[in-house]
Every structure is written in C-alpha cells, then in structure tokens.
Design a protein around this ligand. Structure first.
Ligand code: ZN
Length: 102
C-alpha cells in the first residue's frame, strides 16, 4: 500500500519536522490527520522513529590506541614479519671476496 500523497512536499516536510521534534502545532495536526487515513505513512513514521531510537542508542566502540605512553605498539604479525625480513636479508648478504692483488 502506497501513500497517495507521496509527492506532497509539504506533507514530507511535516513528517521530518515531527520526526526531529521541530514541528509546530499546525504541522503536527496536519500530519496526525494524514496518519489517521494512511497506513503507509504510519508504517514509515514508525520505522523512522525506530531508526532514530536505534541510532541514539548506538555507541561507537572505542578503538585501541596505536600509541601508548611507552611508544608505538606494533601488531605481533608486523613485528614477526620485521624479524623475518631482517634475518632473510642478513642471510642473503654476499660474503666479501678477498681483493685481487695487481
Ligand atoms: Zn501517506
């Protein structure tokens, strides 16, 4: 079931004003009158109110700090990779050949 006034910009503005708590008495009354006869808009408003409630309750998880007072904290895999790289480089380093005498 779709709203017959889906293109009515004034109605859509009233919805947003009510949703954000910025509607005056007239806007709220216009929307309430429409919601009495329009199930699609009642459902839409209920969904949007639920979404706003969920967003208010949502908390961003605190990220682990990349730096501590003692210095940079490296992930273990990065530290292990650095050790392997240093070891591999040292193992491949060519040995010095004695210089030829002229
Ligand atoms: Zn409607």
């Amino acid at each position: 079931m779709d709203c017959e006034r889906v293109g009515d910009e004034a109605l859509q503005a009233d919805k947003l004003d009510v949703l954000y708590g910025e509607a005056d008495v007239e806007a709220r009354a216009r929307l309430d009158a429409h919601l009495l006869v329009c199930a699609a808009c009642r459902e839409e408003m209920a969904g949007l109110r639920g979404l706003r409630r969920d967003l208010r309750a949502w908390r961003v998880p605190t990220a682990r700090p990349a730096f501590t007072p003692r210095g940079v904290v490296l992930p273990r895999w990065l530290a292990a990779a650095a050790v392997l790289l240093v070891g591999f480089t040292a193992a491949r380093r060519p040995t010095r050949r004695p210089r030829r005498r002229r």
